[in-house]
Design a protein around this ligand. Structure first.
Ligand SMILES: [Zn+2]
Length: 266
């Protein structure tokens, strides 16, 4: 009994001294319990797993298109300290979904291209997802879920051990894959929207396409909701906030818009 109490106190001390209370890119307070390297490692390992288990699109036109849009966005993303290169993979799936993971991994599902109707709309999704990475949202979400699930015993935890692995995948936003849904919260969503708008703007895309994109997404949810919406709740207030964000974008220099050829979809 005394031992347990001692361990708890030690855990609390450990957390209090090591906890990173930092600020997000928009100045929000964040509780980040994992290091950037830990998160990058986790993202990279999860991505490898996905590449092994899910079909990758071999369609040349689709790959060229997605790479074209994503690389245009990545040109305006500042260098990251925990990894040197971004990797972009197109998964062959009807899922209307895309994600970006810590460690510089971007996944786009071919199904998304039926809803994102233009290069600008695709750029809106990619910019938004990369926004989640730049603002450490996985770390924040994982920190919160682990604290809730494990109390304060987080110190001895290894992210690669089962059953933590499934929760870790969910923390990365890959909940659709492992059946644990941990949607981003509203503050994270609107933060990613803001970062995404800036990235689109700087990359030369039309930021107001983000409004069209989320409208399309809402329309597409008449039947079964798109997977992206299950982890990205998208109330009407979000579309309003995006409209306002578009009209308040700073007048910064931006690149020439990349000419990306959207392939025919069925
Ligand atoms: Zn999001």
């Amino acid at each position: 009994m005394r031992r347990t109490a001692h361990a708890v106190i030690l855990s609390i001390c450990f957390i209090l001294t090591l906890t990173a209370c930092s600020n997000s890119p928009t100045g929000r307070n964040q509780l980040l319990l994992f290091s950037g390297n830990q998160m990058a490692d986790l993202g990279q390992r999860s991505f490898e797993e996905m590449k092994q288990s899910q079909p990758i699109s071999q369609d040349k036109a689709v790959n060229t298109y997605v790479q074209c849009v994503t690389q245009a966005i990545l040109k305006v993303v500042p260098p990251q300290s925990n990894f040197s290169e971004w990797e972009v993979v197109v998964f062959d799936s009807e899922q209307v979904n895309a994600f970006a993971l810590p460690g510089g991994k971007v996944g786009v599902y071919t199904g998304l291209l039926n809803v994102a109707e233009t290069p600008d709309q695709l750029a809106a999704v990619i910019g938004h997802e990369i926004g989640h990475v730049l603002a450490d949202h996985s770390n924040e979400r994982l920190s919160r879920s682990q604290l809730a699930a494990l109390g304060l015993t987080i110190t001895g935890m290894s992210l690669s051990d089962s059953p933590h692995a499934a929760m870790a995948m969910a923390g990365l936003g890959l909940g659709v894959q492992v059946g644990i849904l941990l949607p981003y919260n509203r503050a994270q969503e609107s933060e990613s929207d803001k970062i995404g708008l800036q990235l689109m703007h700087q990359a030369g895309f039309n930021p107001s396409a983000s409004v069209d994109l989320w409208r399309n997404m809402a329309k597409a949810s008449d039947g079964a909701p798109p997977e992206l919406l299950s982890t990205h709740p998208s109330p009407n207030t979000r579309i309003k906030a995006l409209e306002s964000g578009v009209s308040h974008l700073p007048n910064v220099p931006h690149r020439m818009k990349a000419q990306c050829q959207r392939p025919r979809t069925n």
